[in-house]
Structures are given as structure tokens and as C-alpha cells.
Design a protein around this ligand. Structure first.
Ligand code: F6R
Length: 631
């Protein structure tokens, strides 16, 4: 039975405001099971996953162990998968991941831990996999299995094409999966091509399943899994056949579901301005007509009769929505002096504003809002830019070597001591193992390369050198892809800058789709700092605008400020992005998109302009888009 009548979802789905709350709910269910089994003198059999999704669940389980005396003595675990081949001590191995995130911090008996072995000989894999299945069955099956979902739709490493009868076996990884893992391996070419994974059937035999997904990067695949047909091209859709699966997601991952995206198709709605705007932009898209040409018939034929009865005729609604969109467009992102600002996105006063642009990585400012950055400076505002993290792991080794050599030669030329220990750096890089953490000398050089690029780009945009800040937030400096959670020190650094500048405007990356989570933590830090400073007098006059990073753009109905970009400005923006040379031509973390960052930025900004144009608004070359965060 469908549990939520107002949705198209075919699996029971629970949506939380954020991933922490969802993870706590899952951890609580797991701990209840462990305790119940303890009372019965039985073992709890858990199926575990790796990746970014379950980390909060593990963190909460560790907390329950440390603070609420949850013991894992009666727990037996089976991990879903492991790369093949893979040494257990390698940084990317799932053995290591599980140790670092869970097993090293709890009292589990390690002989009860089962993780597919990435070291066995290929000739023994089949027998090994059968043994894995047998062991699960002999223990009576998995009580609770937790899962993440890959953007390919995989569960475990059951890639598209895996059927629902599949068992534990050796599989070949999809390109998108390898590209998502490329960061951990320092490049896609280093990601193993194969893995051992439990099969779809192995997973479906579990008594209870939790699948979790966080962030809007997963929204498309979540919709396919929940609302689409059961198909082996989205292996997670097989969960529709499982009687006890709970999909636990946050608002980001849920954003494409029909109940949020087109709620008028599933239920009667309260038609506030935002929903009307959303519906009309959607209608214009599905009918391929500009807003002002939509008719009563279009409304009726597309499930919008309720809106029509409520607020019609179409003509009136069309004009209202057209004006709402029109009022988001401004060439004056810092407010237009001496103009009536009642229908503009920004206040005109004070005419010259103090502004902080927070950029998570050193190039997000110019990639995501380079044209607005330049406009704000050209229009006389005092613009500060704050780079939140060093971004050092995204610099290629040979790039670091080139700069180390340069430094070494400069020192030699001036006969200066101490010379850069070039030999040490050279030797380290030459002998570096896949995924090995950089020695401090190399991290430092990589960080400096990105700093230099950011300075050059900010200078090109017109920022004063004293207004360029490098925050080097400590949460990032692990030397690895996996970062620490946001700490007190991180928030304090952000807070200090805000209280020093006392800004009228803050720009921040509201890019929750960042696959590596850095943007998310950077934003969390800003939100926390702003909340703490909220009662200060100067904060009463401070507006926070969110831009999105390189992966995503705001949806048209969400946009509250759209800044048009002329062809010349777009070219200037491109040149600013070019200053980030280490992120051009074959970057370390390319992801699944082979376009360079400047191309992605231009395509995205042009696309926003095209969408406004197709809705029947003015035609611009490109546009940058912002949403206001009201705290
Ligand atoms: C991990 C696994 C994978 C991941 C999936 C999502 O053991 O089997 O299916 O759950 O790739 O990964 P994250 O959570 O990193 O987005």
C-alpha cells in the first residue's frame, strides 16, 4: 500500500530537514535492534555500506557507544562491497574506511566483521563470494541493511544491468561511479575497474533496509528509484519489491519528487505566490509557450484548474507571474542608487555597501559569480573576498614540482639559504603511492599555488589586496578527500571576519550539491556564524545572498536576483577563471563532466538567460542567479 497518498513514491520515504536528523533516526533503529537482541541473547546481523552517506550514522553509533553505553559485542557485520584489487591498508580501502569511521571506536569483536576481501587471487573469487553468501544465510540473514545510492542508480556496486537475482560477485564499475571515486584516488585512471559486491538478491533478502541519500546531487536518481519503473537500468528500483524498505532522505535529495516539484498533480494546494510562480514556469515549459501566451485551456489541460478557479483567469495570473520574474532581474546587485527600490531585489541604501563574498574553494567566486563580483566593484562597493579553504588537494603533483623547482632556482640564483628542499619534494612525488597523503612541504606548495591564482583573479576583478582574505579553515586540512566536521575554530574564523567588516551584503555558496561536501561545510560555517552574530546592530542591515557552485544552478522559480551579463562581461569573467591555471586542462577532480570550469560556468549562465527568454522575458547573453537566505 502507498503510505503517502499525496505522492508518486512507490517505497516508504521519510524526508528530514537535514542529513544529521535522518542519520540519527537510522542509528536509533539500529541501536534498538542491538539492545533487543542483547536481551534475547542473540546476535544482531548488520549489513553496512561505505561512502559519504552513512558517515553520520556511524558517528551517531559511536556516540551511542561512548555516551549511552551501547555495546556491539553481539553484533556481526557484513559490508556490501570492496574494490578489487585492494589492499586493506590502502587509504581508499573499505576496510580502512570502516575502521576509521566505526570499528576503531566501538567494542565490536573484529572476528565478527566481514568485508569482501580485495586481496584474494582472481581464481578464488567465485568460491569466496559463494562463501560470503553462505555465511550470511547460516546466520539467518541480515537484520538491517543500510545502503547509499550511486548516481548511476547502483546499490552496493550493482551497476545498471545488474538483475534482481544477482548474488555476491566480481563486477565492473560504471564510468560515473569511477569518476565519483576519482577524488579519493587522485584521478579516475587510478580507480580500480572492478569490485566485489553483494548482489541485488543478497540485499533484497535482508529483513529491513534503510537507503539514505543526502543533497540535491542525488535528487534525479532518487526520483527514478522512487517514482520510476522497476528496471535493471536503475538497480535501486528493485527495492520497490522489498516489503520493508525505508528510504531516508533530506530535502535536497527529495527536491525532484513530484510531491514537491509538481504538488498540484498529486493533491489540492494552497496557492501562495511562490507556488503560483512555480506552477506557471512549469506550465510554460511543458507547453513550450511564453508565460503571456498561456491560456485557460492550457491551465485546464495540465492539472491547473484549481489555480484557475482560485485566482484566474489565465491572463491575470500570467501577468502577475511575469512581473514577479521581471522584478528579479537587476543590473545593480548592490542596489541602484536614487532609484525606487520597492520592486527591486536589493535596497538602494546605503549607496556604497560593504560586502563579503565567501568562496569555499579559491575559484568558486569567479566561476559562480565572477560577473557580479566585477559589477559590485565597478559600482563602487567595498568588496571583500574570503577564500574559505586552501583547495590544496586539487593541485596535481607535477604542478607542485614545477613551482618547487622554480622556488629552488630563485633561491639558488640569489644564493639564499635555506633552499627549498627540492630533492625531498622530488623524491616524495616520484615515489608517491596511489592516494598517499602529501608531506607538509608539498601541501604547502600546492596551497600557495592556489593562493597565488586566487589573488591574481581577485586583482583582475578589481578587489583591493587588503580586502582579499584567506581563511584556511582547519576542517579541510586533513590532506585527504575526507574532511573533518565543522569545528568551533572554523566558525570563529568566519565570525571574526564578519564582525571586522560589518557587511551589508554577504554572498555565500549555497551549493549543497557539491559532491565532496566541502561547500556544504563551508556554508554551515557561515550559517552558524551569522546566527551567532544576528543580534549585533550591524547585522540587522545585512542581507545574505546564496549563489551556487560549479555543479548546479538555482531553478528559475527559486531565483530572487538575476544579474544579466553582457557578451563583454562574460569574456571578462572567462579571463578571471583562466587565472586559476592549476584547475585548467586535465584537473585532478574533473568529475563526470569533461568541460572545463569556464565552459561549465558559461553554459550555465547562458542557460539561465535562455530560460528567462523562453518564458517571454528579455533576452540576455547570460545571467548569474542568487537566492536570499533570510535568517
Ligand atoms: C558503498 C556502496 C555504494 C555507495 C554509493 C553512494 O559501500 O556500496 O553503493 O553507497 O556509491 O556513495 P556516497 O554515499 O558516497 O554518495
Amino acid at each position: 500500500m502507498r503510505e503517502n497518498l499525496f505522492s508518486f513514491e512507490k517505497i516508504h520515504t521519510v524526508i528530514y530537514e537535514n542529513s544529521n536528523e535522518g542519520a540519527e533516526y537510522i542509528a536509533k533503529t539500529i541501536s534498538d535492534l542491538i539492545r533487543k537482541k542483547q536481551k534475547e541473547g542473540k546476535s544482531a546481523i548488520l549489513g553496512l555500506a561505505t561512502g559519504s552517506s552513512p558517515i553520520h550514522v556511524y558517528r551517531e553509533l559511536v556516540r551511542l557507544h561512548k555516551e549511552e553505553s551501547l555495546s556491539f559485542k553481539n553484533v556481526i557485520t557484513f559490508n556490501l562491497d570492496e574494490y578489487f584489487p585492494m589492499r586493506p591498508d590502502a587509504v581508499q580501502s573499505y576496510v580502512r574506511f570502516m575502521g576509521e569511521n566505526l570499528f576503531d571506536h566501538i567494542d565490536i569483536d573484529m572476528s565478527n566483521v566481514n568485508i569482501p576481501d580485495g586481496t584474494i587471487d582472481i581464481s578464488e573469487v567465485q568460491e569466496y563470494c559463494l562463501g560470503y553468501e553462505r555465511k550470511i544465510d547460516e546466520l539467518g540473514g541480515i537484520d538491517i541493511q543500510i545502503l547509499g545510492i550511486g548516481r548511476s542508480g547502483h546499490i552496493g556496486f550493482n551497476e545498471p544491468g545488474s538483475n534482481d537475482r544477482s548474488l555476491t560477485r566480481l563486477v565492473t564499475l560504471e564510468r560515473i561511479t569511477r569518476s565519483d571515486a576519482s577524488e579519493a584516488f587522485g584521478g579516475e585512471q587510478f580507480v580500480p575497474r572492478r569490485a566485489i559486491t553483494m548482489g541485488v538478491d543478497t540485499i533484497l533478502r535482508s529483513k529491513k533496509i534503510f537507503l539514505m541519500a543526502w543533497g540535491n546531487g542525488k535528487a534525479d536518481v532518487v526520483k527514478q528509484m522512487l517514482e520510476g519503473p522497476i528496471t535493471d537500468s536503475v538497480p535501486a528500483s528493485f527495492l520497490q519489491n522489498h516489503p520493508n524498505t525505508n528510504v531516508v532522505i533530506d530535502r535536497g535529495a527529495a527536491e525532484k519528487l513530484t510531491r514537491f516539484n509538481e504538488p498540484w498533480l498529486v493533491q489540492s494546494c494552497t496557492w501562495d505566490d511562490n507556488l503560483v510562480k512555480k506552477a506557471i514556469v512549469w506550465l510554460s515549459r511543458v507547453t513550450k509557450k511564453p508565460i503571456l501566451k498561456l491560456t485557460d485551456q492550457d491551465y485546464n489541460e495540465h492539472g491547473l484548474n484549481e489555480l484557475l478557479t482560485d485566482q484566474g483567469p489565465a491572463y491575470m495570473i500570467n501577468i502577475r507571474v511575469f512581473n514577479m520574474l521581471q522584478h528579479t532581474i537587476t543590473g545593480w546587485p548592490g542596489g541602484k542608487p536614487n532609484a525606487d527600490d520597492s520592486q527591486r531585489p536589493e535596497r538602494r541604501n546605503p549607496e556604497s555597501k560593504r560586502i563579503i563574498i565567501f568562496s569555499p574553494h579559491p575559484d568558486d567566486d569567479v566561476i559562480s559569480m565572477g560577473a557580479t563580483f566585477m559589477r559590485l566593484i565597478d559600482q563602487g562597493h567595498e568588496v571583500h573576498v574570503a577564500y574559505q579553504v586552501s583547495g590544496n588537494i586539487a593541485v596535481a603533483d607535477d604542478e607542485a614540482l614545477r613551482f618547487a623547482e622554480f622556488l629552488h632556482d630563485v633561491n639558488k640564483y640569489y644564493n639564499r639559504e635555506p633552499k627549498t628542499d627540492f630533492e625531498k619534494i622530488l623524491n616524495f612525488i616520484k615515489n608517491k603511492k596511489e592516494g598517499e597523503v602529501d608531506i607538509p612541504e608539498v601541501s604547502m606548495i600546492k596551497g600557495l599555488i592556489r593562493k597565488g591564482e586566487a589573488k591574481a583573479a581577485a586583482r583582475y576583478c578589481g578587489a583591493k589586496p587588503q580586502n582579499v582574505h584567506f581563511l584556511d579553515l582547519p576542517f579541510y586540512e586533513t590532506g585527504r578527500v575526507q574532511k573533518q566536521p565543522l569545528g568551533e575554530e572554523d566558525v570563529k574564523i568566519i565570525q571574526d571576519l564578519i564582525s571586522e567588516v560589518k557587511p551589508h551584503q554577504i554572498y555565500a555558496a549555497g551549493d549543497l550539491a557539491d559532491p565532496h561536501g566541502t561547500h556544504r561545510v563551508c556554508l554551515e560555517g557561515i550559517f552558524e556564524a551569522v546566527k551567532r552574530l544576528k543580534s549585533e546592530e550591524y547585522m540587522k542591515d545585512c542581507w545574505v545572498w546564496l549563489y551556487r557552485g560549479a555543479w548546479h544552478e538555482w531553478e528559475i522559480p527559486e531565483i530572487e536576483m538575476a544579474v544579466p551579463i553582457s557578451p563583454e562581461e562574460l569574456l571578462r569573467k572567462r579571463f578571471a577563471i583562466f587565472k586559476h591555471q592549476s584547475q585548467k586542462d586535465g584537473v585532478v577532480f574533473q568529475g563526470s563532466d569533461s568541460r572545463e570550469f569556464w565552459q561549465r560556468a558559461e553554459d550555465r549562465n547562458r542557460d539561465t538567460a535562455t530560460q528567462y527568454d523562453e518564458l517571454g522575458l528579455a533576452e540576455y547573453e547570460a545571467m548569474e542567479a542568487f537566492v536570499r537566505w533570510k535568517y
